[in-house]
Design a protein around this ligand. Structure first.
Ligand code: ATP
Ligand code: MG
Length: 436
């Protein structure tokens, strides 16, 4: 293979910015082919976008035109030619090719060709996910995903947070709640981590401000469009901070992410036909009691102490366009480590961040005294013995601390307007899907 040909290749967008007549090398995939007999137009796709290639008798010669006619969609090719500016080409420029090398042929099922506009069932697409990801809309989704992650990291770093990674293989002690996946660990049974909760709390007693972006695992039995068995969480924990302090970090991060995506992903948002409204902070804060009262007014009855149903969440989402917090949840609805309110222990210093109809994050102030934590473990029917490694840390100087966990894909659903979480995860895992 002629390596030299791609060594100093340019990307498609550079062609559009190049001066007339510049000689360029390009590499990528054949996105589409239009054969007009004497002229063949090819749309070449690379990581940067697309550009039109022209094979004509004049510049390319008969042999090359014939070769171009035999190309198939998704063939990997390298070409060399001259830039020509013309109104007729998409983006205003094209490359007239005089050298072509086919690096690899391809054979793709017609309904999965990346230039197809027709709607294809998501499951069918997911079965051939690599090919499916080449669709321009999907490419756009994951470009945005990248910008979301990079913006989140930048924001958290600017707020003094340090990135950490905690174990995903854990022993028995769990937070309760979500079901865990067991794994064979040598001669023991281990589990896949459902959250970095206990580790990030411990680390807040060392580094004060930590965050983790990593995979989390939950054996979600029910099949919904917003739950996966494996998802990426953005988790934050801060020492000497209360729930209001970390809510400010959360809303600040979400607003910054939306601004960055709006600025850096214009092309992608346009392709997905999305317009993002800039967010102003602080976000609306609504207590749990106010939320159930508002729901009662529209005829949705939630008894105090019960979790909000999906119907209730959708109704609230219609009342508040955009993100809003629900705070002061009943203590027994929240995990054992959440601190009950001093003035009313049946309620807690906790919050959920809703964005439209979706819960995108949960957090709160944590208990930092050992006796209180043990009492709460027992109240929730958990055995303090299984938490002995964690509880020991409370003997060594645990600072007051607070934090939250946000589901990356939930935020991506909002940004991209996709209603199924599987659309915004590269290789989704759910009750029924473990491949590809
Ligand atoms: P839900 O009520 O929607 O099931 P949860 O309250 O059980 O979520 P938390 O434990 O609060 O979830 O997790 C923090 C965040 O992680 C959630 O707000 C959500 O954005 C995300 N998340 C939780 N479970 C999943 C899942 N199975 N798939 C994708 N994201 C999830
Ligand atoms: Mg939650």
């Amino acid at each position: 293979m002629n390596r030299a040909l791609w060594k100093d290749r340019v990307l498609s967008s550079e062609v559009l910015r190049s001066e007339e007549g510049r000689r360029v090398k390009l590499a990528g995939w054949v996105h589409s082919i239009r054969d007009l007999g004497k002229v063949v137009f090819i749309i070449l796709r690379d990581r940067d976008g697309m550009v039109q290639l022209v094979f004509s008798l004049n510049t390319s010669g008969r042999e090359l035109v014939e070769q171009a006619k035999r190309l198939g969609k998704e063939y990997v090719v390298m070409v060399e030619g001259f830039v020509k500016h013309t109104e007729k080409a998409p983006g205003g420029a094209e490359v007239h090719v005089d050298r072509l090398q086919v690096v690899n042929e391809a054979e793709v099922p017609p309904h999965l060709e990346p230039d197809q506009r027709a709607k294809v069932d998501l499951d069918v697409r997911l079965d051939d996910r690599m090919l499916d990801l080449r669709r321009p809309e999907n490419y756009a989704i994951f470009r945005i995903n990248h910008v979301v992650l990079s913006a989140a990291r930048r924001y958290l770093e600017s707020e003094g947070f340090m990135e950490v990674h905690t174990p995903k293989l854990i022993a028995t002690a769990t937070e309760g709640g979500a079901a865990l996946f067991p794994v064979a660990y040598f001669d023991k049974e281990a589990f896949l981590a459902q959250s970095p909760q206990l580790y990030k709390e411990q680390l807040s007693a060392v580094f004060e401000r930590v965050y983790e972006i990593g995979p989390l695992f939950r054996a979600e039995e029910s099949h919904t469009n917003r739950h996966l068995s494996e998802y990426v969480g953005i988790d934050v924990e801060a020492a000497f901070a209360d729930e209001e302090d970390v809510m400010r970090v959360l809303e600040g991060m979400v607003a910054f992410v939306i601004r960055e995506v709006t600025e850096r992903c214009r092309k992608e948002l346009e392709l997905l036909r999305r317009e993002l409204k800039p967010l102003s902070t602080p976000f609306v804060r609504l207590t749990y009691d106010e939320a159930i009262e508002r729901l009662r007014e529209v005829g949705i009855m939630i008894e105090w102490g019960h979790d909000l149903t999906t119907e209730a969440e959708r109704a609230l989402g219609r009342m508040f366009d955009g993100p809003f917090f629900i705070v002061d949840w009943p203590t027994h609805l929240k995990p054992f480590y959440i601190m009950p309110r001093e003035d009313d222990p049946s309620r807690s210093y906790s919050f959920d961040l809703m964005y439209g109809w979706l819960e995108i994050a949960s957090g709160g102030r944590r208990i930092h005294r050992k006796e209180q934590l043990i009492a709460r473990l027992k109240e929730q029917g958990l055995n303090p013995d299984s938490f002995k490694h964690h509880l020991k840390c409370y003997d060594y100087g645990m600072p007051p601390h607070s934090g939250w966990g946000l589901g990356l894909a939930r935020l991506m659903m909002i940004i991209t307007g996709r209603e199924d979480i599987r659309e915004v995860v590269l290789y989704p895992r759910d009750r029924w899907r473990l491949t590809p």
